[in-house]
Design a protein around this ligand. Sequence first.
Ligand code: NDP
Length: 460
Amino acid sequence: MTSYNYDLFVIGAGSGGVRAARVAAKAGARVAIAEDHRIGGTCVIRGCVPKKLLVYASEFGQTFRDAKGFGWTVDWARFDWATLRDNVQDEVTRLSGIYRKNLDAAGVTIHEERAVVLDANTVRLDVAGAAVTAGKILIATGGQTTRPTELKGQELAITSSEAFQLDTLPARIVIAGGGYIAVEFASIFSGLGVETTLLYRGDKILRGFDEDVRDHVQNELVRTGVNVITNAVFKEIAPLPEGRKLASLTNGMRLEADQIMFAIGRAPNTSGLGLEAAGVKLRDNGAVIVDEFSRTNVPSIFAVGDVTDRINLTPVAIREAQAFANTQFRGQSTRFDHADVASAVFGRPPVGAVGLTEAEARKKGRVHIYRANFRPMKNILAGNQQRTLMKLVVDAESERVIGVHLAGPEAPELIQVAAIAVKAGLTKAHWDAACAVHPTAAEELVLMSEPVAHDNEAPA
Ligand code: NDP
């Protein structure tokens, strides 16, 4: 029998890699993990976690304004970017330390350097230069931000990776993109008082989300002061004195800004990883091709998380990693079911979505659509015009709720619970049987008694 240095070598210590390494090690496997940046990966270091902390920070301004209607006078509010940035980075460092401790406690050997694949059972550590063998190799290198490399002046712009570490808060920012990161950062910067422009190439942001949600969020961003420019992209970015930039757009507009940020998608992190040489098949965009058990075409090489470009969300990477480790090291054949994964966009307003959009559902069969659009109770006294949208997509044959789409305060919290019901296949009658909790916004979810659109009628 061949003897390898390790049973499992994991490349990438992000959400997926760390989970797989820990579970395999706890099951008795000899495991090593390599990370060339910081332990924790995108989510902990420059993604979900620091982003959510910035989101919290960005919400205070509105809270202070809302407070007036409730009798409070807040005339001392000042914001200091350096305090927020440094506190967020301290928290990131603390969490990275916890990830490291957990790996150590599980007995995983940590290599803080880049590792590349040499062949089906060998990796090379870049700094040490050593070749290390393993019975199985797991690719969990995640994704990376992308830039329009052909655009003149693109090097003057930042991406989300740099946004967390800015020396100063810009007075004006232009953010390109209309997906998760663009909407979240436009909401963050505008909430922190930055004059914010969102530049999207299509006519409506958040492509892939339900049309009502897309309309609602775009309208709310505009209402709260974000300058949303659609159907245009950058033609050129030019430097101006004092670090300012001048963006020329394809629609003829010119915008001056202190920062320009690309949020135009992320790409699987496989470049230079040695996978092609090892015979691992990749998609055109560099994603590792895997089957439902996260197996590549090379039997000893596996991949989980964003590097596979299935559903690029941290909890999905964790589930894929857990399923991989259960299957390969715990004798429990497990595959993660990618259906009905809920997700949230932490914008202003936040969005929560699970299951099919109305348009997707209509392609599959007859539907009933339930919708509520209301001003939450708290906003009345606050004088805040923000509204909440709630929408249920119901399959007309089975009466099952197959899609839930929310935009408004606490939508990400609510969608987690709604996802249980959708995943369980509960019918509209089950939802209605749950008695309302009053007074809440969530009660609307069980009080939408009349559909606004039936069967394949156009939405009301
Ligand atoms: P998304 O894929 O969500 O959005 C990319 C956006 O950029 C789209 O609006 C797209 O337009 C636009 N775009 C793409 N290429 C160009 C181009 N060349 N010029 C101009 N615009 C372009 O990517 P993000 O970067 O926002 O996020 C990456 C992924 O990370 C997300 O898909 C998500 O899976 C994950 N993520 C999840 C978060 C969460 O769970 N809250 C938060 C952040 C990220 P079009 O729609 O026309 O294609």
